[in-house]
Design a binder for this molecule. Structure first.
Ligand SMILES: Nc1ncnc2c1ncn2[C@@H]1O[C@H](COP(=O)(O)OP(=O)(O)O)[C@@H](O)[C@H]1O
Ligand SMILES: [Mg+2]
Length: 261
């Protein structure tokens, strides 16, 4: 569904300097596949998502969705960022409906759909609340509904659980898998957490920085539905170890620490 070949992105600064954010990246993502991008800060994960979303243009290479070159933002993509960025003056339902308003789409039964999505993520009863009345995890659930309201075929998620505490993060991971199972989509998920990437994905794309490249693609041969206690399994440990080795050259655990710098 997504085809990337020889993709490079160079950013130029005003003082004449340039940064190679991505260099010669090739990747294919199948319809309804769940793929994660992991790697240290600055290896081009967000740039990759912004390219796929059509928010920035590539410097070189091929980027196609369903055989069509991506040249501008596409409607069939939903995006979730690390911070939920809800509109403070609109209630949760109106926040979820906001993309339809931007796209000037007829509301139709959109309110019913918004409420069904909110129910799917466990926010039934909060439809008329305001963002400030919700916890961080609940706000991020609403942001996921907002990304799904126009029923996109592709969901791009850039460290969507990065600002949540560890427990909420685990709950949200399992919730995301449940939503994806009930409502299949192609998902490209960026995370700093190797464990999260393995738990969620069919394949983990390990990236390395300066310039951003794909260092390795790790298939996750673990059956679905996944559960948190699978993290203790031998296959799971093998996947995380392989990814860690590729990133650190050793068995470190945390990408967000100084080792990632
Ligand atoms: N708009 C931009 N202008 C200039 N440089 C950028 C811009 N966006 C990203 N970069 C640079 O590109 C590299 C990759 O950034 P990014 O994709 O955000 O990495 P990641 O999400 O993996 O942390 C970094 O060196 C970053 O500083
Ligand atoms: Mg990023």
């Amino acid at each position: 569904m997504i085809r990337v070949e020889g993709l490079s992105k160079v950013f130029h600064s005003r003082d004449g300097g340039s940064v190679v954010a991505l260099h010669d990246v090739s990747l294919e993502v199948a319809r309804n596949e769940f793929v994660s991008l992991v790697g240290p800060s600055g290896c081009g994960k967000s740039t990759m998502l912004r390219l796929v979303a059509g928010l920035v243009g590539a410097t070189r290479g091929v980027l196609e969705i369903d055989g069509t070159a991506v040249t501008e933002p596409r409607r069939d993509i939903g995006i979730v960022f690390q911070s939920p960025t809800l509109l403070p003056w609109a209630d949760i339902t109106d926040n979820v409906l906001f993309p339809l308003r931007l796209m000037r789409e007829k509301a139709g039964d959109a309110r019913a759909r918004a409420h069904a999505l909110l129910e799917l993520v466990g926010l039934k009863g909060f439809e008329s609340r305001y963002p400030r009345e919700l916890s961080g995890g609940m706000q991020q659930r609403a942001a996921i509904c907002r990304a799904l309201i126009h029923d996109p075929g592709i969901l791009l998620m850039d460290e969507p659980f990065g600002a949540l505490d560890a427990l909420t993060r685990e709950v949200m991971s399992m919730e995301l898998l449940r939503i994806w199972t009930e409502n299949p989509k192609t998902i490209v998920f960026v995370t700093h957490s190797i464990t999260e990437a393995v738990l969620l994905s069919d394949r983990v794309i390990v990236m390395s920085p300066r310039p951003g490249r794909i260092a390795e693609v790790v298939e996750v041969p673990i059956e679905r539905p996944r559960t948190l206690d699978m993290e203790g399994s031998r296959e799971f440990q093998e996947c995380t170890r392989r990814i860690r080795r590729r990133i650190f050259g050793a068995d470190e655990t945390d990408l967000s620490g100084p080792a990632a710098a």
